[in-house]
Design a protein around this ligand. Structure first.
Ligand code: ZN
Length: 263
């Protein structure tokens, strides 16, 4: 088990917290030697300044969604629990999920651990699994889970991926290009060579890029039909079957998490 997840379980144990909803996260921060302050911070979701007796977590007051705000606080709480003593750092919380190319860098490891901490703290694995199992995967389920656990859609998507409940591929698109992807072992596809390139012309992600990262579809049409060949290589005898694509878009970061699964 990774360090971030372990630290979150340990913290919940120490304070006797079964459901993170039972205690305001700001109060937990205070109990662990920190304080949460809100201020306008441009494109940064959160930041921590470590102090000998008291550390200060700054959270961007412009964040509109409670779930994203809570995730940012939980991420910084993870730094407080695990990384106290490191130089101060700014966080662009949503960009550090895939832990691929940057994992050899210390900052990359710390970001990954802080995300894992926040994920387990806000979405205890057993509660999450019980809430998600037996339900059809779609954008409504992601939204339902985000509301249930009061966390960000992105964090729910990654947590859900890790449960292995439904085979899927995920693409992280930043500034118009695919940075990382990953897929479930049981999604039997070959991903086209698209890393570092713009997403495919006929993808939903490309629609969002061309539309300036603004919302395009109403709530009940967030899952759009695409073809298998949009993101995947077709073998000689493969049929170009229908897939779904659902994009979680963060306009302020020019960030898209695209989730693709078979229809
Ligand atoms: Zn961080």
């Amino acid at each position: 088990m990774n360090r971030g997840k372990l630290a979150a379980i340990k913290l919940r144990d120490e304070i006797g917290l079964e459901d993170p909803d039972d205690l305001p996260i700001e109060d937990v921060v205070v109990g662990r030697g920190g304080i949460v302050q809100y201020r306008s911070m441009g494109r940064t979701d959160g930041r921590i300044v470590y102090g000998k007796n008291l550390s200060t977590i700054f959270i961007n007051s412009d964040i509109q969604y409670e779930g994203r705000r809570r995730f940012a606080i939980a991420h910084e709480l993870g730094h407080l629990e695990m990384h106290k003593g490191s130089p101060l750092h700014e966080d662009n919380v949503s960009l550090d999920w895939f832990n691929n190319a940057e994992k050899h860098l210390k900052k990359g490891v710390q970001e990954y651990e802080a995300n894992q901490f926040a994920t387990e703290y806000l979405m205890p694995s057993d509660l999450f699994y019980n809430e998600a199992k037996g339900k059809i995967f779609n954008p409504d389920l992601v939204r339902h889970l985000a509301e249930r656990f009061k966390t960000s859609l992105t964090s729910v998507a990654f947590k859900y991926f890790d449960t292995g409940l439904h085979p899927m591929a995920m693409f992280h698109i930043f500034n118009g290009k695919i940075r990382y992807w990953k897929k479930s072992d049981d999604l039997k596809v070959w991903i086209r060579d698209i890393t570092k390139l713009p997403p495919p012309e006929d993808s939903v992600a490309m629609e969002y890029i061309e539309g300036g990262y603004k919302p395009i579809y109403p709530k009940d049409e967030l899952q759009q039909s695409i073809y298998k060949s949009t993101y995947f290589k077709l073998g000689d005898y493969d049929e170009d079957t229908d897939f779904y694509e659902y994009c979680i878009v963060t306009e302020s970061f020019k960030n898209i998490l695209s989730i693709v699964w078979e229809k």
